[in-house]
Design a binder for this molecule. Sequence first.
Ligand code: GDP
Ligand code: MN
Length: 379
Amino acid sequence: MKLHEYQSKNIFAKYGVPIPPGRVAATAAEARQIAEELGGRVVVKSQVLVGGRGKAGGVKLAKSPEEAEELAAKILSMEIKGLPVRKVLVDKAANIETEIYLGVTNDRAARKPVIMASAAGGVDIEEVARETPEKIIKVHIDPLLGLQGYQTRDLAAGIDLPKEHWRAFGKICTGLWEAYYHSDATLAEINPLVITAEGELLAVDGKMLIDDNGLFRHPDLAEMRDLDVEDPTEVEARKYGLSFIKLDGNIGCMVNGAGLAMATMDITKLFGGLPANFLDIGGGANADKVAAAFRLILSDPKVEAVLINIFGGITRGDEVARGILAAMDEVKPDVPMVVRLVGTNAEEGRQLLADANMITAETLADAAKKAVAAAKGGK
Ligand code: GDP
Ligand code: MN
């Protein structure tokens, strides 16, 4: 789950990271009000879950509350990379002298979290990472020991940070690490971390990604989810307890079990199709859940055939088949359906489905071939 800038910065602040004073607004009038309260120059910032807002014109400085209102109105009517702007953050503007990059993420290859810093922070950090990766200093963190003082000093030295800022920088690194660790995050990033003309360090931008699998431990974070900006099919899937990821292909896949779902996608590719989704309907395929799964798959106009691959263990094959039939009755799909059903009472299940004019298969390879052929046959 992605968090907005204002949400991320508020979390960072709880862990002792200094952020500029400011608040979020949903209307231009509110933005003006906040600017009046803050006084002086403010920065009006679109809250959308994509990077590069500055370059897209979604971050603007205002000298007066009137200007803040004007800019907020303009930004609130924008779309940035296809996403509508529903809120703006109005922050007291910082007098920026230096922009530093600071981020914590998981280094899968090293099997450890890593903290990264660069003196070349700001809006071009992706280019820095691509062209001059040596300008990004990395230090791995032992998750049991946490970030150590000598490690933040190594980072500070690595980016040639003037000595007078080391103490403040160390505190910010520790705060960012703690925020990452205690939130079950997969990314916690400050870009830019600025040094102001007054000689202070300040997190001007913030970004966090939270591991969805850790969210049950953080109801306060789960509540921050912004449904407005997520794929509606994935929102719907979560409601029914289905694991659904939309992809680009033409074969809809409905499978029980994550491993089997991945194998099904691979086999589909092997026989010349492309999966339209990843979907794990989990155990106990009742008609409600199956119907929800059908609706999700069929809401994608690219889907030309559906491949249903069910391994009946505790759930009996005939029950699964009845569930599928009840769901089809409700959803009335207009694309060919291929079912591979194995396990307890599979024979009875297959018979029920064949009687209902569904294409049945005994092996996964056979099912994938039939689905690909059915898709080519068109609707
Ligand atoms: P991003 O483009 O989505 O990464 O948005 P940022 O919040 O990082 O803002 C982009 C750029 O706008 C920053 O790198 C700064 O150069 C500039 N900026 C953001 N906030 C301020 C501010 O308070 N004062 C000044 N002078 N510039 C700012
Ligand atoms: Mn930024």
